[in-house]
Design a protein around this ligand. Structure first.
Ligand code: MTE
Ligand code: MO
Length: 328
């Protein structure tokens, strides 16, 4: 069996942010060119964006955010538009084309859903998603998100610290890493019928990274339930790491004693390391990581990428003394 390495994926399968942006700008230009405001409404009525107009339900009972976990956003940084967060997605189980995921995932059913938490712990438990959200009510966490492909967003997640879940199963002292697995169901995730990646998607964290309060399991965004294209019903968010660590539609979390083999590390170990910490000083073998394009900005505008994506103060100590060039 051969596995498609990223370098084998034709460039045409990956939507260049510039192409996507251009498409949006053309739409906006068309709207602006209309003589009356109604033209825009008419344009949108005749050409609805896939999945638009079907907003997920609002989440009731959102908990208060601990101020020490809130991201301080400077004046020129504001949450990315809901439309962009939900129509510019990486989710290879549905498509390798970012602009296509929303439509292909729109009928993905994420209820009922269980998450099995097992491995090296005293109380392995299978949680029903809705019971879990009662035990750990989501709070708003506005995080900077940085994809390894050098684009970024600011996302107002709803989620809870992963540590809350792990504490409940009582990890043993032998548990050193946490492994996460996405649903394996080729009937519901059409690209799992193809060898796009080795399935299911797997990710992992070191125990101290998993227990850090900034590490969350997200069940929503913008005060609403998580749309399928963003990883419903529950996905990982680690704001100081590249986006591919944020595994979607999780069905299993296992406590293990050694670093799990993760999807992108299996596919291209020289390009995607286990740590995947955002680091402007360590380039990807095929492109620079020094700057990024914030989705919503002009595609020409590059912002400097910040060490640990701007979360150095909170997480820098986790990597004290580590060679971040070797452990990329
Ligand atoms: N199961 C699964 N999880 C995944 C991916 C994927 O293809 N499959 N893509 C990852 C990548 S590369 C990124 S950048 C983020 C994108 O999340 P978003 O679409 O909500 O912005 O999801 C991550 N989680
Ligand atoms: Mo990514």
């Amino acid at each position: 069996m051969t596995i498609k390495k990223p370098q084998d994926i034709p460039a045409s399968e990956i939507t260049d942010p510039r192409v996507y942006r251009t498409r949006r700008q053309i739409i906006r230009a068309g709207v602006l060119a209309g003589s009356v405001a109604a033209t825009g409404g008419l344009y949108r009525l005749l050409n609805p964006r896939p999945g638009s107009g079907r907003l997920p339900p609002k989440v009731a009972g959102i908990g208060a955010t601990d101020p020490s976990l809130a991201t301080a956003l400077p004046d020129d940084e504001k949450p990315t538009a809901f439309e962009d967060i939900t129509h510019y997605n990486n989710y290879y189980e549905f498509s390798t084309d970012k602009s296509e995921v929303a439509e292909l995932a729109q009928n993905f059913v994420s209820r009922p859903w269980t998450i099995k938490v097992n491995g090296l712990c005293a109380k392995p438990t299978t949680f029903d998603i809705d019971d879990l959200l009662k035990i750990a009510p989501p709070e708003e966490r506005i995080y900077r998100m940085r994809c390894v492909e050098a684009w970024s967003m600011v996302i107002p997640w709803l989620g809870f610290s992963l540590s809350k879940l792990l504490d409940r199963v009582e990890p043993t002292s032998a548990a050193k890493y946490v492994m996460f697995r996405t649903l394996l169901d080729p009937d519901r995730m059409p690209n799992q019928q193809r060898r796009v990646l080795p399935w299911p998607y797997v990710e992992g964290l070191r125990m101290d990274e998993a227990m850090h309060p900034l590490t969350i399991l997200a069940s929503g965004l913008y005060g609403r339930q998580l749309p399928p294209q963003d990883g419903a019903p529950l996905r990982l968010v680690v704001p100081w790491k590249y986006g591919f660590k944020g595994i979607k539609s999780i069905v299993n979390i296992a406590l293990v004693d050694s670093p799990p083999m993760t999807t992108w590390n299996i596919v291209a170990p020289n390009e995607y390391g286990f740590y995947a910490n955002v680091n402007p000083d360590v380039d990807h073998p095929r492109w620079s990581q020094k700057t990024e394009n914030r989705i919503g900005d002009s595609w020409r505008r590059r912002r400097p990428t910040l060490m640990f994506n701007g979360y150095s103060e909170q997480v820098g100590h986790l990597y004290a003394g580590m060679d971040l060039r070797a452990n990329f």
